[in-house]
Design a protein around this ligand. Sequence first.
Ligand code: ADP
Ligand code: MG
Length: 738
Amino acid sequence: MTSPRNAVRLAVMSRQPRTFDAPRLPDGHRSPVSTYFGRHVLDLIKLREKLPRETWVSFISTLRNGTPLTREVAETVASVARDWAVSHGATHFTHWFQPMTGLTAEKHDAFIDLNVQMSGESRVLEKFSGSQLWQSEPDASSFPSGGMRSTFEARGYTAWDPSVPMFLVESANGRTLCIPSAYISYHGHSLDHKTPLLRSIEALSANATAFLKLLGDVDVKHVAATLGIEQEYFLVDRAHFALRPDLTLTEKTLLGAASARHQQFEDHYFGSIPSRAIAFMEELEYELFRLGIPMRTRHNEVAPMQFEMAPIFEDVNLGNDHNVLAMDVARKVALRHDFVCLFHEKPFAGINGSGKHCNWSMSTDRGENLLDPGKTPHQNLRFLAFLAVCLKAVYDSSVALRFSISGANNDLRLGANEAPPAILSVFVGDQLTQIIERAMAGEASKDPEHFVLEMGVAKLPALAKDNTDRNRTSPFAFTGNKFEFRAVGSSANCAVPMSTLNAAAAAALAEMTERLRKKLDGKPAHRDLAVAELLREVFTETAAVRFEGNGYSDEWKAEAKKRGLPNLVDTPAAIAAVREKKAHQFLIDTGVLSDVEVDARINVALERYIKQVTLEAETLADTISTLVVPAVERQLAVTGSAWKAVTDAGVAAKNSPYGTRVAATAKALDDVLGGSAQLTALLDKLAGVHDELKHAQALGSEMRPLMQTVRDAADRLESLVDDELWPLPKYREMLFVK
Ligand code: ADP
Ligand code: MG
């Protein structure tokens, strides 16, 4: 008879790639993407068709120029949205928002109202009003507020963000109209990740436009941040997921011996995509395309069963909404393929974890990418100026940027020789390094044209073509015409790092504008010279943040320390550092967060860290007690009679190979139980610690190492216990699903 273990193995291995009902042409081929792309989005093209002209003009003026939206416009947009959604089978609508849990949230209402007649009869009508579109009030007391909402002010409301389109989400039996929204307390504090992002977009635009004016680009009205997210994830079979309490509760394996085969053959990266995985991707992409998400790239990543998807970049607000939506859809579609899609930063020990590279740039309303070297010396000087802005942003705001990517899960990935270190530095490549160094050494007193030429700006256009200049170990790398913030974790809501980065750039721009204005005072003819002088200063002041070498090396840690760059090794360290006023003041100065909102985010980060590591410790203790130890006891019962047989036969002694095996099992069991008891005792002790930062620090510095000790002993047992008796799917099973 097949053992239960083998039954699972056989079931998993015999699963077939799942097909889905894709639209097809009469000849049976898949329909071109362009025929259904955006079908589930109420985009501007559809709105322009459906709205009366006056309403359209007024709505577009709100989007383009920020003129306040009127009630009448909201009312008309609502009725158009209702007709469109209902005609596409939607029964409900929901404000769709991003609370500080890091997930998205929704509260659905049906499109109905009761129309009660004089006679007492009542009829149901499809209804959706302007005020329902505008604002909604979810029962909000259970979302994290970081202490901003005391119990007497438990309410918060969601407010429509008209800058991104409404869309339809499909479930098994219907569709729901989703209204992208911000989430705010009654006192106007942001309770979400979107609001600060929207504010940071404004701050960046205003400061970049003012700076550009001084540079001579007087007709730029608006500067947008752009974002293209490379999203990594793992797929595990649903059966394996169900059999592992650690995966089910924490999305991470808390124990599990390394598989002899892991990623050493380097054969997965860019390899042929496993057939079940590509079937999943095809269905996922179909759903994303209908949602107007331009997901362009798919490929295997470094670790087995690890993959990546990347869209065409968009404006940062839309790009981020699309990323959180894509994660949500991926989770749902994966289940239909008997997979669970893991966005955890480090689901498996010993192999690569998952990140989310945020490709970021700034572009003008004329469509010029400000980080793209141009054709003329002026464009190149402008490019260098914006490069200096970025260097200054990372240098001045590195603590807050580090905080923006922190979290219990990303701690396990950063600095683990597979992901950038916790030290924030900037990589610009050889060519730009030379130019920057020339600018730093240049003599500003020479005639301006000469000096500008000497900096090498005339030669810049060659740069974009040379994309080979890569450094995978850098947390913040220039890649030709954009920066890639590579330290962001795979489960993150990128609105957090992106609003911090936009704010940091806005603050750098504000200061550089001020300094340039002083230099230009009364001498506008010398503009290029003044700019070059400013660049020389900024490049010199921020020289410490540029690093071109191996970010994984110990030498870099020592060197970074000498340079005075912070190395905030884990989340508690990042929290302790960002609490300092000087580390977060720029967020307040740029209007991205108020000081109350900064405090709230720090509190939420602390709370989440404590909950996460505590949950992991509790889950590990429970798994040891209810699964691992009973399996070892069963093993020892068998071992006991075997031991008696071999000693009776006079062939084995305590120090014989068999004796060693028996002793190793008993010793590992003892270690596991001992470690587990210590772990429980530490949990009890920490439950009584009231200072949250101390609590978090102890979890990082004591609990996590203790969990590692327990894990090591359990992993030794895994290789000593009968495979049939081992209660958890093993790494080799989970990682090599075909
Ligand atoms: P690579 O793989 O070489 O890093 P890609 O061209 O594949 O570069 O880009 C990776 C991501 O960066 C994609 O999502 C892409 O759309 C995005 N990207 C490209 N240009 C920009 C830009 N100017 N701003 C933001 N993201 C960008
Ligand atoms: Mg890339």
